[in-house]
Design a protein around this ligand. Structure first.
Ligand code: HEC
Ligand code: HEC
Length: 328
């Protein structure tokens, strides 16, 4: 009897010692096993924001809830629509494979981790009013389950959203199936593949790697008098007209194209790269055929390039119920 009492006092004392007031002993999040598509590099996940089932679920709830908006009029998903690979018209950037991205927004306004860009979105775009969440009993419970906290902070919101966004990975398009030997390109798609990945079509320098973007900023010769682009951020005239090269994954679902949505179709985009390039002082040296107005493709080659771009469509991604609003 006495021994038992001593034991429980000991247990209580050690529980108090090992837990900060923020971390309750009943906080037992479930580690999430992130599946990385074959051929993709490992994703760097910050030590202080490990992925958990509860954190991702909270992030997903917040993504689809207008409670984050100071006026409560729009949610992230109002503009970032799953069936369009989390874009919508005219200039919304997609949410695809962002766990590997470090340069953010069309003009490269923000550099850093997903947590860093979430800070921008939550605090400087949505101006989230924390009181709205704090007075919501359901959210109090969800934050407690995800982070063991009774305090809802900007940081916890940003961490949860970052966790959810790290799950939005697309790597199961026909292109990937061909890489894995599970499918075959048609002859036309094969020609498009060759054009894309050789100097002939010259797309792969900037739309590089398994992500189909190098994540860098370039002036791709849209205009003789380009929009300012990264110049607006850096003030450096050499950055005039530079925009983030977007991923081409799911490009079929994300029309219209370019930072101002000027092209309605992929055919228009390919015509531009073929014969519509416009000189300006900061055009990227990787636009090697600038002096010829473009890479000068035949009609068959243009059609092949478009057919190849459509092999980057991942239907499973745009329909995955785990990325949709949780209606339960
Ligand atoms: C009113 C429409 C709208 C809403 C609502 C919205 N976004 Fe966006 N989002 C955009 C647009 C437009 C861009 C591109 C803006 C730019 O580059 O300047 C963008 C860009 C982004 C990017 C950068 C992607 C990249 O590749 O650089 C992220 C991340 C993002 N949004 C996350 C969110 C999150 C999280 C929310 C909710 C908290 C949200 N957005 C709500 C329209 C919206
Ligand atoms: C010098 C780097 C570079 C090269 C080479 C290049 N692109 Fe781009 N691409 C970009 C940049 C930067 C943008 C965004 C420009 C903007 O909106 O101002 C872009 C935009 C696009 C878009 C629109 C994406 C969207 O979401 O709106 C498509 C499609 C595209 N490129 C396809 C191609 C194809 C096909 C080729 C080869 C024929 C190619 N690109 C060659 C840098 C490049």
């Amino acid at each position: 009897m006495r021994i038992k009492a001593v034991g429980s006092i000991f247990l209580l004392a050690s529980a108090l010692l090992s837990c900060t007031p923020d971390e309750q002993p009943d906080y037992t999040p479930t580690a999430y096993d992130l599946k990385i598509p074959k051929g993709f590099p490992a994703m760097e996940i910050p030590d202080d924001n490990p992925m958990t089932v509860e954190g991702i679920e909270l992030g997903r709830m917040l993504y689809y809830d207008s409670i984050l908006d100071q006026n409560q009029s729009r949610a992230c998903a109002t503009c970032h629509v799953q069936e369009h690979s989390f874009t919508s018209v005219p200039d919304v950037l997609p949410h695809v494979n962002l766990g590997w991205s470090y340069n953010w927004l069309w003009k490269g306004d923000v550099q850093g981790s997903l947590e860093d860009i979430m800070e921008f979105e939550v605090q400087h775009f949505f101006f989230t009013n924390l009181d709205n969440l704090k007075s919501d009993a359901a959210y109090l419970g969800l934050f407690k389950k995800a982070f063991g906290t009774d305090e809802i902070t900007y940081q916890h919101i940003e961490m949860a959203l970052a966790q959810f966004l790290r799950t939005l990975n697309s790597g199961n398009a026909k292109f990937d199936k061909v890489q894995r030997g599970e499918a075959q390109f048609t002859n036309q798609e094969n020609l498009g593949f060759e054009l894309f990945f050789t100097e002939r079509g010259d797309c792969f320098h900037c739309h590089a790697t398994a992500f189909f973007t190098d994540g860098q900023l370039h002036n791709n010769a849209l205009d003789t008098d380009p929009d300012p682009g990264h110049f607006d951020i850096s003030g450096d005239p050499l950055d005039f007209g530079k925009y983030k090269s977007p991923t081409l994954r799911n490009i079929e679902y994300t029309a219209p194209y370019m930072h101002d949505g000027r092209f309605a179709t992929l055919e228009e985009v390919v015509n531009f790269y073929s014969e519509g390039l416009q000189p300006s002082p900061t055009v990227d040296p990787l636009m090697k055929q600038l002096s010829n107005g473009g890479v000068q493709l035949s009609e068959d080659e243009k059609a092949a390039l478009v057919a190849f771009l459509k092999t980057l469509s991942d239907e499973e991604f745009v329909q995955n119920p785990e990325f949709s609003r949780n209606t339960q």
